[in-house]
Design a binder for this molecule. Structure first.
Ligand SMILES: [Mg+2]
Length: 379
């Protein structure tokens, strides 16, 4: 028994997060881009930020879990009002599976997808961190142990010169334009691809992150325009619940030698099942911090394995790396180097020659909150 004695919740304000200059200047196509009059930087900020939970037990151990960038205030309030009371009411931190179910059942009437799942994801991750510390083992050992020595990674973002120096051989670019930007926008997307070829070399694999900002017709036209480039996949061109659209699109893109990926904005084993069973994806990209935490990604991984679908979780950080190094369905991982100088957590390993190596001697997830990380507010 490890009784939970404290649950601290931190809300990190989006405007205070420091990102590289290149990231600040990036405009990406989003679903809201359809309404240019409402698509302002301020509006987008409303759905950014991060929530971090620190759970402490009676043995003096603590663990961290984070979620974001989905309306940080909402996830923090749900955690505070609908989940923390249970955790402090005689919950045993060792009983991770039961706590997941408790949090899910407590919010299922208002949840199933979105912010309640974000909130329970962060709590689940923090409990795995505690369990690893209690047993004196890194979390990847609890997940089954290493299946590879190091993790091959690709870079997401526009800092191409930096990625080249770090030895990356694959780059995912945030796509600037969508259907509302017309033919000129398509040319800008093409220029973004050509810049990768110019800076990182023609053998670099290129992936396009469309963040639900395209539609079916536009995706087919862009794929045709880019068919002679080394495009590995087109990511999330449609709104995440358009299962039928993804299914039809996958067939067309695959015939051009391009993979279709999605899942970053899908939730739980039940959402993942829709994407896998309907043949919507070549690579599923559920985010451990959004989809239900490490407990849920384990279940999703088993399902992917049974269906021969790759699972490459969205995002960067210790939960992703512990999962990736211990998962047979995750042959590589994503990295986001946008907060390299002021990270949310310390202890996350850097990139060398396009690979991440797990640090020696860590217990739990092996990270520590950067309390100097811009401004935060506790709930
Ligand atoms: Mg994405």
């Amino acid at each position: 028994m490890s009784r939970i004695t404290d649950v601290e919740i931190y809300k990190f304000m989006p405007q205070k997060q420091k990102t590289s200059d290149k990231w600040k200047s990036v405009y990406t196509a989003r679903p809201i881009s359809k309404y240019p009059e409402f698509d302002s930087k301020e509006q987008r900020m409303l759905s950014a930020g991060a929530t971090v939970v620190k759970i402490t037990t009676e043995d003096g151990l603590y663990g961290y879990g984070a979620t974001g960038t989905g309306l940080y205030r909402g996830a923090a309030e749900i955690m505070s009002d609908a989940m923390r009371p249970f955790l402090l009411d005689d919950c045993d931190a060792d009983e991770i599976e039961k706590i997941w179910d408790l949090n899910y059942k407590a919010t299922v009437a208002i949840g199933r997808k979105g912010l309640p799942i974000h909130a329970l994801s962060a709590i689940d991750i923090a409990l795995w961190d505690i369990k690893g510390k209690k047993l004196g083992l890194p979390v990847y050992q609890l997940l089954g142990g290493k299946v590879r020595d190091k993790i091959k990674v690709y870079a997401t973002g526009p800092d191409l010169e930096m990625y080249k120096k770090l030895g990356y051989k694959a780059n995912k670019i945030p796509i600037p334009c969508g259907p509302v930007h017309g033919r000129e926008g398509m040319k800008k997307n093409l220029e973004a691809v050509e810049r990768v070829v110019r800076v990182m070399g023609e053998n670099t694999e290129i992936m396009l992150d469309c963040w639900m900002g395209w539609d079916f017709e536009y995706t087919v036209k862009m794929a045709r325009m880019l068919k002679d480039y080394n495009i590995r996949w087109i990511e999330e061109p449609l709104v995440s619940t358009d299962y039928d659209g993804f299914k039809r699109l996958k067939y067309i893109l695959n015939s051009m030698g391009i993979l279709l990926t999605t899942g970053e904005h899908e939730f739980t084993r039940w959402g993942a099942r829709e994407l896998v069973e309907n043949g919507c994806v070549d690579i599923l990209q559920c985010d451990i911090m959004y989809c239900g935490g490490l407990s849920e990604i384990k279940k999703i991984a088993a399902y992917c394995k049974a269906h021969n679908v790759m699972l490459v979780p969205h995002s960067h950080g210790m939960p992703v790396f512990h999962f990736s190094i211990s998962s047979l369905v995750s042959p590589f991982a994503e990295t986001l180097m946008n907060r390299i100088e002021n990270p949310l957590f310390f202890g996350v390993p850097g990139i060398k020659d396009g690979y991440v190596e797990m640090p020696e001697g860590i217990t739990g997830l092996g990270y520590e909150l950067n309390t100097g990380f811009s401004e935060y507010r506790m709930v």
